[in-house]
Design a protein around this ligand. Structure first.
Ligand SMILES: Nc1ncnc2c1ncn2[C@@H]1O[C@H](COP(=O)(O)OP(=O)(O)O)[C@@H](O)[C@H]1O
Ligand SMILES: [Mg+2]
Length: 293
């Protein structure tokens, strides 16, 4: 059985880095893996191909290329199947239609059946509001949605918006989208960890994996490779492998029913003010609730 897993979050939080490193960890563990890039930049699979961008599905549709399995998919690190949907070049509504069309081509050519992967990981851009996420959800049955964030408040706001989207979507559809977990990326201090943990607590979001900020990620990016490929024995590789294990576990267990609840605009505002006060106390050496982080 193929599990389709979507990764979503604000631009720059580290989705592509996570998706490629998790894929590399899964392929090392002998799973058949496919990565589908749903980002107009078309760079989701570059780290699996020595930094080389592959021709996207939309590009080939626009150039009237004869679409075949071989023209759409490219084999990357240890045989990972790589696909880039490409740049929709239009507004949100049309972007969703264009991305749907690209996925439809994959379905028409029976790419999923022929490759028969254990996992398909979708690296979904947070640009165009929810257009790309909508398109993927409409076209494929997503087993789990993983939301990626770092400790920037704007990234947490986006995560909160995704929880709102999920709540709305699940109230309107018979088959709900299940939450795979909130992934905390690029954590560099106990303050950041406490901040994001508190966000998870207030939104009832289950956290899977905390990935530290590390220079080896930048180093590997400069090599044009994943950390798993370039520095397989690093601590950072261990975090990615652990996360890959957790993802295998969550997809294999019966869903626990834990759904995140978004904070209302007012609640989020009050929560952010509480944290602003804590930072003030921390900076000024005051003894107050939560300032010991
Ligand atoms: N854990 C990390 N430690 C250090 N740098 C990171 C980490 N995760 C991502 N980055 C860096 O942050 C930048 C954005 O990451 P990327 O995966 O491209 O984000 P996204 O796909 O969400 O836009 C990249 O330069 C990447 O190397
Ligand atoms: Mg990206």
């Amino acid at each position: 059985m193929t599990h389709h897993i979507a990764f979503y979050g604000k631009g720059g939080v580290g989705k592509t880095t996570l998706v490629t490193n998790i894929s590399a960890s899964l392929v090392e563990a002998c799973f058949e893996v496919m990565v589908v890039g749903c980002d107009p930049k078309g760079d989701s699979t570059a780290l699996l191909n020595n930094s080389i961008k592959i021709p996207s599905v939309l590009e080939q549709i626009r150039n009237h290329t004869d679409l075949t399995l071989d023209s759409l998919v490219h084999k990357g690190f240890k045989g990972i199947t790589c696909v880039e949907l490409g740049d929709p070049t239009s507004s949100a509504t049309c972007a969703s239609a264009e991305i749907s069309r690209a996925i439809n081509e994959l379905k028409r050519l029976q790419v999923f059946e022929q490759i028969n992967p254990d996992f398909v990981l979708y690296d979904i851009s947070g640009e165009n509001s929810f257009a790309a996420l909508h398109a993927v959800i409409r076209q494929v049955e997503i087993s789990r949605l993983c939301v990626v964030t770092n400790a920037d408040f704007k990234a947490l706001q986006t995560a909160n918006d995704v929880f709102g989207f999920l709540e709305q979507y699940n109230s309107e559809h018979e088959t709900p989208i299940l939450m795979g977990g909130l992934i905390l990326n690029s954590i560099s201090s106990s303050f950041e960890e406490a901040f994001v943990n508190d966000f998870s607590f207030h939104t009832n979001a289950r956290t899977i994996g905390k990935v530290p900020r590390s220079l080896v990620v930048r180093q590997s990016e400069l090599y044009g490779q994943t950390v798993i490929e370039s520095i397989p024995k690093s601590n950072q590789s261990y975090y990615y492998r652990r996360l890959a294990n957790q993802i295998v576990d969550t997809t294999n267990t019966i869903y626990s029913g834990n759904m995140p609840q978004p904070m209302s605009v007012e609640r989020l505002r009050a929560w952010s003010l509480e944290w602003a006060e804590r930072i003030y106390a921390l900076e000024n050496g005051l003894v107050s609730d939560g300032a010991s982080i």
